[in-house]
Write a protein that binds this ligand. Structure first.
Ligand SMILES: Nc1nc2c(ncn2[C@@H]2O[C@H](COP(=O)(O)OP(=O)(O)OP(=O)(O)O)[C@@H](O)[C@H]2O)c(=O)[nH]1
Ligand SMILES: [Mg+2]
Ligand SMILES: [Zn+2]
Length: 363
């Protein structure tokens, strides 16, 4: 296998030679194809090996966004024998998908994937379908520097999904919106066409929308674990727990990863809550107290609906979970935390370069 198979080209070769010139170490280029905890897996064309990030890079890197992520092109030192390689530099990125980390420090960005040509926003045409969520995800996709596309999975559940496709198209003028099914194979050629040979796509979407099922279907084998969604709420179970780049038989490259919910809310949190939990907010309007927490206040319409069985308890617990996330994130973006972040951004370099394409979500 050659590095070109993974998208290597003259521009990257140029960046790489700059690194080699400034380094006394014997370095080889490679692409990060998998990330799990502290270790990354690097594909060098000749071999696939685990690599550790060099301490120097860890210390120099101002903020987590400069550290290697899936899709990154890197310079590594091969181990003498089997063992792990040492990752010494991340080459400048063409595009990078970043989102604010929920559990992280100082509201720093969390890297999802780098050097993408297309971001595939995946949404299921089942109970999971939510056009507003797709709209918010589009903002994140555009900010990466790669082109977005929308995949509406599970079209086999509909006799005619035209109206849903049109609804999404209206939110995203000029963005390809494909209705497809990994079960029947409908729309798969159009999906492949989004990633011609050597081009990289990343799947982004909630747990259970069928990301890994799609990768398996495109690979032509059941390589990834998939899992049925819970019937009550069409929510998946975070079956996939790490991010990985796959070379597909037709030559395209595709990154699968965990569902997005664990990465926190995206987009305008307030709006997300309002849209998603309109029923609960409407009930809350009828609570006796304006600041009702729906725990044990008298005259609480939310608890009344729970008791009457008209509001499913898991819906309320989802709502409460989102509110806690939101409260956490607003602490993360306090003015002090933002000042700290700006300081970090000013000094952003990776092995001496400005990372010019590092885009951040607008808050
Ligand atoms: N009807 C229908 N179901 C599908 C289709 N694609 C996937 N599913 C089902 O959806 C469920 C979830 O699929 P996964 O591929 O595990 O979903 P995922 O997006 O990878 O989920 P996480 O790994 O948790 O993020 C499984 O039961 C799949 O069989 C499809 O085209 N049609
Ligand atoms: Mg999965
Ligand atoms: Zn209440």
């Amino acid at each position: 296998m050659s590095l070109e198979t993974f998208g290597w080209g003259p521009e990257l070769a140029q960046s790489f030679s700059t690194v080699v010139e400034s380094s006394p170490l014997p370095l080889v280029p490679g692409r990060v194809v998998r990330q799990e905890r502290g270790l990354v897996t690097v594909q060098t064309g000749e071999r696939t090996l685990l690599a550790r990030t060099a301490g120097k890079l860890l210390h120099q890197a101002p903020g987590a966004e400069s550290l290697p992520t899936v899709g990154d092109w890197v310079a590594i030192q091969l181990p003498p024998g089997k063992g792990e390689g040492m990752l010494h530099a991340v080459l400048p990125r063409r595009s990078v998908l970043v989102r604010r980390e929920v559990g992280g420090q100082k509201g720093a960005g969390q890297l999802i994937a780098a050097n993408l040509d297309v971001v595939l926003l995946v949404s299921g045409l089942d109970g999971n379908f939510n056009a507003r969520r797709i709209e918010r995800a589009l903002t994140l996709a555009w900010s990466s520097g790669a082109a977005p596309a929308v995949l509406l999975t599970k079209v086999d559940l509909h006799d005619d999904a035209t109206a849903l496709v049109q609804e999404v198209e209206a939110l995203a003028p000029g963005v390809p919106v494909l209705a497809m099914s990994s079960w029947t194979g409908e729309g798969l050629d159009a999906v492949r066409a989004l990633m011609p040979p050597g081009k990289t796509g990343a799947l982004l979407g909630s747990s259970g929308v069928g990301k890994s099922t799609l990768v398996n279907r495109l690979l032509g084998e059941e390589r990834l674990a998939t899992q049925a969604v819970r019937v009550e709420d069409d929510k998946g179970r975070h079956t996939t727990t790490h991010r990985e780049l796959f070379l597909l038989p037709h030559g395209g490259l595709l990154i699968d990863g965990p569902g997005m919910r664990e990465l926190g809310l995206m987009g305008d949190e307030e709006e997300a809550l309002e849209q998603t939990f309109a029923d609960i907010l409407e009930l809350a309007d009828s609570c006796r107290f304006r600041d009702c927490t729906h725990q044990n206040e008298p005259g609480c319409a939310v608890r009344a609906a729970l008791q009457a069985g008209t509001l499913p308890p898991e819906r309320l617990s989802n709502f409460e979970k989102l509110q806690r996330e939101k409260a956490f994130q607003s602490r993360q973006t306090s003015p002090a935390a933002q000042r700290e972040q700006r300081k970090l951004e000013k000094g952003r370099t990776v092995m001496g370069w400005e990372v010019s394409r590092t885009k951040r979500r607008k808050d």
